[in-house]
Design a protein around this ligand. Structure first.
Ligand SMILES: NC(=O)C1=CN([C@@H]2O[C@H](COP(=O)(O)OP(=O)(O)OC[C@H]3O[C@@H](n4cnc5c(N)ncnc54)[C@H](OP(=O)(O)O)[C@@H]3O)[C@@H](O)[C@H]2O)C=CC1
Ligand SMILES: O=C(O)[C@@H]1CCC=N1
Length: 272
């Protein structure tokens, strides 16, 4: 790891995503004394996490702190206003890690110069160790710093590297935003269950547990998703009837194509 109590991992922004990663790291034994959180107003659940692990919280980076890892987890729209104030915390040994959607590595190179900068697109299941993170490093990132990124990401789930930064917009549209599509699927299944005659509570319970169970099966199984789907689909049965609707020309695929394209477009726009 390239951070320590003397050269901490400085987390700028402990909101939904930064907080989820921090929770994942704490659950997997990262040293709280090697972490400094900078956020003027973290949400209550993150305050509680910081208190529980005695993690230092500041509203700005204190003078004299040099980050081993400077992790940027603020909104992309705020980046320009905040970067200038962080220059003093970065030197040639700092690894800058950004999880901001859309924001290219070049933006950080403008602010910090040719230091090690890695962009990561995580997702919120990181909080329970089931994240999917994708990383892209600039040329100044050393093998040891890549190994630090690997360690940090392995602690919160699965990870992959890309070598072409422009792929990050599509990555964001699939895995970064993806958990929201699945949560919406639960909402939609529950609403459909209600319309089919179930009480709201029971419909939500069935939808939620079904998505959890299917996700866990997918996680544990070596079979492809399509094979697991076929295993549910009895010939001439109920699933087949439903899938005829979902897999029709105007079914789920074109909706997903449009949704992912819209997220990718928005990620491109955030590059400014
Ligand atoms: N949410 C997600 O699933 C994912 C998010 N991301 C990326 O993560 C980043 C954060 O998103 P998200 O966690 O959803 O957003 P949040 O708004 O939940 O988190 C941002 C946090 O930064 C705080 N903050 C505001 N100003 C400063 C400052 N000057 N210094 C330090 N902290 C500050 C905010 O406080 P306050 O609320 O008081 O303004 C908030 O607690 C974004 O760039 C996003 O693109 C990437 C992948 C997935
Ligand atoms: O909605 C967003 O912009 C962020 C990036 C990916 C998930 N949440």
């Amino acid at each position: 790891m390239t951070f320590s109590p003397e050269r901490p991992l400085v987390l700028i922004g402990a909101g939904k995503m930064g907080g989820a990663m921090l929770a994942g790291w704490m659950a997997r034994g990262v040293d709280p004394a090697a972490v400094l959180v900078v956020d003027p107003g973290p949400p209550p659940e993150i305050r509680e996490l910081l208190l529980r692990h005695t993690i230092r919280l500041e509203s700005a980076v204190p003078d004299g702190v040099k980050a081993g890892v400077l992790m940027l987890a603020i909104k992309p729209q705020m980046m320009d206003a905040v970067l200038g104030g962080l220059v003093g915390a970065v030197d040639g040994d700092t690894l800058v890690l950004s999880i901001a959607a859309g924001t290219p590595v070049g933006r950080f190179e403008q602010a910090f110069g040719q230091v090690a900068i890695t962009r990561v697109m995580p997702n919120t299941p990181a909080q329970v160790g089931r994240g999917m993170s994708v990383a892209f490093a600039n040329g100044a990132t050393s093998a040891a710093q890549r190994a630090t990124v690997d360690d940090l990401l392995a602690a919160i789930g699965a990870s992959a590297w890309i070598e072409r930064e422009e792929q990050m917009d599509a990555v964001t549209a699939v895995s970064g935003s993806g958990p929201a599509y699945v949560f919406y699927l639960v909402e939609a299944m529950a609403a459909a269950g209600e319309r089919a005659g179930l009480d709201a509570d029971l419909a939500m319970r069935l939808a939620r547990q079904t998505v959890c169970g299917a996700g866990e099966l997918l996680f544990q199984s070596e079979l492809e998703a399509a094979e697991l789907r076929r295993n549910v689909t009895s010939p001439k049965g109920t699933t087949e009837a439903a899938l005829k609707v979902l897999m029709a020309e105007d079914g789920l695929q074109p909706v997903f194509d449009r949704a992912v394209a819209a997220a990718k477009r928005r990620s491109e726009e955030l590059a400014g």
